[in-house]
Write a new protein. Structure first.
Lengths: 318, 318
């Protein structure tokens, strides 16, 4: 992992930062933002953290999560250094249409554009949180317990708590240092995996009831009506796409959510070398090999058929 | 972690070893035995590995698992150094009634007896596999890919792949070294968690559909008819009782299985200090505080009502 020298120089020099994570933020986006924000603040900087979408319920144990603002407000008038975390285009960060003095991108996803005056992209990194961990260390800022909790959560979420194939020695050693700095793996895992509401579990049961499995591809869906009947919201579907992975024959697991009139949000997870990022890219979405997604205005049945077809094509090449 | 010097001295000196794991072996017992056996063989020793019970299906990806013998046969006539792994009494290792020249115990459990000429007990160690990892290193034996796979699996199983509160920096650093030595976390996790048949998943979905939650108690059931319709057997319900634990409000999770005409098998899981062993005992069953069960000839609806009542009584005392 090679941090651009210009990035560290700018982070030392600049006084005001706007950290922006991607829309529909996950644990890696949130944890990376919050840990970096705390580190920069501890170095005397003024830091804003921005995400257009709210922090999902399941991540509201993360220290400092209330500091996220969902509108830009007057933040840009402070002329901040704008830092995109866990995403690499202004659209993904809901920052399109604004002009910025200078921008930095810190991400581990496939790049969607050449946005960013300084671009630090590590496609081989398991999590943006792992990059932020190395950045904070490189800047010589001591890790606090709250930073460690946010970074451990970020890494845990993007590695399936060390279950995915992106779990490399760097991930595990960073985990060890974060535990030494105060992160508590048992407590974090309980928050991530055992704090469901009864209605969320009811939604999961109903969602698994929609599962269709064909040729190694599992597709489940969540309609607005299912959310209404169980008293849940879209954020309650977080992680649902992973459940069908426990089936041996399933190489690609897909969750389709009806987000608003006629718009669908598609999340895909794959096993091993099966690359779902290519499917996402074909539909104008993004992500990485084993976790990618896109949004589309389409009829549910039509998109299910289309994904079965795209999935078969990807599997035939794997 | 402090390895007794006498243990290393004996391991260097002795020529023939009998490694024995506990009855009903889990991943930690199996992985510890297999990795230590390979290490000792590579140092020119003759090594037998023994477990009275077969290696469960889900662990049959572990390298060398076929070397386990389920009877002592003529092994004892070779006058081996007997090593108990992941257990500390002859009974747990199904070795009672035999006489041994010299015995060694390597374990992280509470001791049940003072058995063992050399006793290396580390209650704070997350896994026996972690102890064996340090032992192999201390003996200066290079870690092979197969040893690393067995030890990583051992540690993964006993820490819930780094989810339980026993996940400490030593566990994570050992994980990093084992990955460097060739263990593949993604592949191992797939073997451990993602090898379900589609019909088993279908049974899970149907079972969760029967879930009733009241006053912190979740009860689901599996009928003979559900098994028939999904083409599954009772062993496919293994672990089902744990799923409702992900609900925050659920303190007791119960799975009731119809085993044959009118007979029900009840499995109970609880969180924290909630004691379900007392409920099991009241019905003539057994188990531990957080996992217990019983069998009863009764009507399903009647027993569900009775368990809700017993559960409420236990929760009111917790």
């Amino acid at each position: 992992m090679k941090i651009p020298e210009s990035l560290i120089a700018d982070f030392r020099k600049e006084k005001v930062f706007l950290l922006a994570a991607h829309i529909g933020p996950d644990g890696d986006a949130i944890g990376s933002c919050l840990a970096l924000a705390e580190a920069l603040k501890s170095a005397g900087k003024t830091v804003f953290v921005y995400d257009k979408d709210p922090v999902p319920e399941c991540y509201r144990f993360m220290p400092g999560h209330r500091s996220f603002r969902s509108t830009l407000g007057k933040m840009l008038s402070k002329n901040p250094l704008v830092v995109l975390l866990d995403c690499n285009s202004p659209e993904r960060a809901a920052l399109e249409g604004s002009a910025f003095r200078k921008t930095v991108v810190i991400d581990h996803h496939e790049t969607e554009s050449d946005f960013g005056d300084i671009r630090w992209i590590e496609r081989a990194s398991a999590a943006t949180g792992l990059m932020v961990f190395h950045l904070i260390r490189a800047m010589g800022i001591p890790l606090t317990k709250t930073m460690a909790t946010n970074l451990y959560t970020a890494i845990a979420v993007d590695t399936g708590t060390f279950r995915y194939s992106n779990t490399d020695p760097d991930v595990l050693r960073a985990g060890a240092e974060l535990v030494e700095a105060g992160a508590r793996p048992g407590t974090i895992s309980e928050h991530l995996y055992e704090r469901w509401g009864e209605n969320r579990f009811e939604l999961l049961t109903r969602t698994l009831g929609t599962l269709q499995i064909r040729d190694g591809i599992a597709i489940a869906h969540v309609t607005k009506d299912m959310l209404k009947k169980t008293g849940t919201t879209e954020s309650d579907t977080e992680n649902f796409a992973n459940f069908p992975r426990i089936i041996d024959s399933v190489k690609i697991s897909v969750l389709i959510r009806e987000v608003d009139n006629g718009r669908l949000k598609v999340s895909m997870r794959s096993k091993g070398t099966v690359n779902v990022a290519t499917i996402a890219a074909a539909y104008g979405g993004g992500g990485h090999r084993n976790a990618a997604g896109f949004r589309i205005r389409a009829d549910l049945e039509t998109i299910i058929k289309a994904i079965f077809k795209s999935g078969r094509a990807v599997l035939s090449q794997s």
